[in-house]
Design a protein around this ligand. Structure first.
Ligand SMILES: Cc1cc2nc3c(=O)[nH]c(=O)nc-3n(C[C@H](O)[C@H](O)[C@H](O)COP(=O)(O)OP(=O)(O)OC[C@H]3O[C@@H](n4cnc5c(N)ncnc54)[C@H](O)[C@@H]3O)c2cc1C
Length: 402
């Protein structure tokens, strides 16, 4: 049964034996790629997912949206994506879940000079971002303890969204434009002949196709190993606490990434608060990880966040969210054709930051496949063989915890 929003199950009436493009994975990335390819009328597009749309990392995402990056192409991708989030109804045809709350980046005191450089670069690229001092920050967020903050970056237009919603909306729009979606269909191997992909073998049958895109998040490494390609993606376990606002806490405040406490946090609707951690345990099996966050870990994360937001000490923990990041050695994604296999592309390794750039990633991946390169943003630095070539990405003014 098909549905307009892409959120329901779908079993095919007839198996699609052939396709022009097969996309593996219906998270925010696979769905966004399908949307942009369908918009370009790229032929017969088939999206498959071993589970359901948005059931991977996308549906567990804290979904912060910010422009603050140290590597310029990431800022460009975030900016294009923000414009899409802001105009979701017009572009994707659904109301969307974007909430503009503002965003604050606090770095280690000894990295303030880098913060200034990065903000300068972001402004040059068109981001709306200001440097604010502790007095401005206190006025903006009176619940925060900002005594030690010399300068912070403030983005008034940023905020947060919803991962499952974005994946579902993109997939629904792609299907409305003719794309086929097969849930509970797992890619198991690739058909490769004379250095060119010819199709994908799934647990339900084979789909012949000259183009296959693996947008399979934490499951990417073992899958592409089947094609003889070993990409350095490691799975990392993360836990997030959802709290009810403590009495007297102002709701709906800015989202924040705070290097000093090594936490990120944001409001969740007007009455809740979400807190996450910078670091997690590796390796972890993406098919077998704790679904329930440990009380001790949540307490520890909240304790750190309390140093910034003291009122959180009295907040009730409503629930925890657990999930898996697909980490690469430079914490940046792998985007491009697999060396030695024409027509097989990877779009994975987003290292805990993919949600906010997913609308633009679908666009540049569609350009890569149809035009030979990312035209809107140059994504060549993200090529999948950069580690084998000993050329990881290092931004000019990178932070220690970037
Ligand atoms: C707890 C948490 C918090 C996060 N917070 C943020 C944040 O605040 N801001 C931000 O920008 N990003 C954040 N992220 C990261 C962001 O959510 C991810 O980078 C993004 O969702 C990745 O999307 P994806 O489509 O690549 O992967 P996924 O959503 O994991 O989708 C991959 C899909 O592939 C399918 N699949 C796998 N193997 C196969 C196969 N063999 N055949 C068919 N289908 C297959 C899976 O079922 C899955 O649906 C967070 C992530 C987590 C886990």
């Amino acid at each position: 049964m098909s549905s307009a929003n892409g959120r329901s199950n779908s079993l095919p009436h007839s198996w699609p034996k052939t396709a022009d493009i097969v996309i593996l994975g219906a998270g925010v990335m696979g769905a966004s790629i399908a949307f942009h390819l369908a918009k370009r009328k790229a032929g017969k597009i088939v999206v498959i997912d071993k589970d359901h749309v948005g059931r991977g990392g996308s549906g567990r995402s804290s979904a912060l949206i910010r422009m603050h990056y140290s590597f310029p192409p990431e800022v460009e991708l975030a900016l294009i994506s923000l414009r899409m989030f802001q105009n979701w109804q017009e572009i994707v045809g659904q109301p969307g879940d974007f909430r503009k709350t503002g965003f604050v980046r606090i770095v280690h005191p000894n990295e303030t000079a880098r913060l200034k450089r990065n903000v300068e670069m972001q402004r040059q690229l068109g981001a709306s971002v200001d440097l604010i001092d502790k007095h401005d920050l206190h006025e903006l967020e009176p619940d925060w303890n900002v005594d030690e903050v010399e300068l912070a970056a403030y983005e008034p237009d940023s905020g947060y969204g919803d991962g499952a919603g974005v994946a579902g909306d993109f997939l629904g729009a792609a299907r409305d434009m003719g794309a086929t979606y097969l849930s509970r269909t797992q890619a198991t191997e690739f058909v490769v002949e004379a250095g060119h992909v010819c199709g994908v073998i799934t647990d339900h049958g084979t789909i012949s196709s000259p183009t296959v895109i693996s947008a399979t998040g934490p499951w990417t490494r073992p899958l592409l190993q089947k094609a003889g390609c070993d990409l350095p993606i490691e799975c990392e376990y993360h836990q997030v606490a959802i709290l009810r606002n403590a009495p007297g806490m102002q709701g709906g405040g800015c989202a924040c990434i705070d290097s000093v406490t090594a936490t990120y946090f944001r409001s969740d609707a007007h009455d809740k608060f979400l807190v996450g951690d910078f670091y997690g345990k590796r390796p972890i099996d993406p098919d077998d990880f704790p679904q329930r966050a440990s009380d001790g870990s949540l307490e520890e994360i909240i304790e750190r966040a309390c140093r910034r937001v003291p009122k959180l000490a009295g907040a009730e923990v409503m629930r925890g969210v657990t999930g898996v990041y697909d980490m690469t050695p430079d914490s940046r994604p792998l985007l491009g054709e697999i060396p030695g296999i024409r027509g097989l592309y990877v779009c994975a390794g987003f290292s805990g930051m993919g949600f906010k750039i997913s609308p633009a990633i679908g666009l540049v991946m569609s350009e890569l496949v149809l035009d030979g390169n990312g035209r809107t943003v140059d994504i060549s630095a993200f090529r999948p063989n950069r580690f084998a070539d000993n050329q990881p990405i290092k931004a000019e003014y990178e932070y220690v915890d970037d």
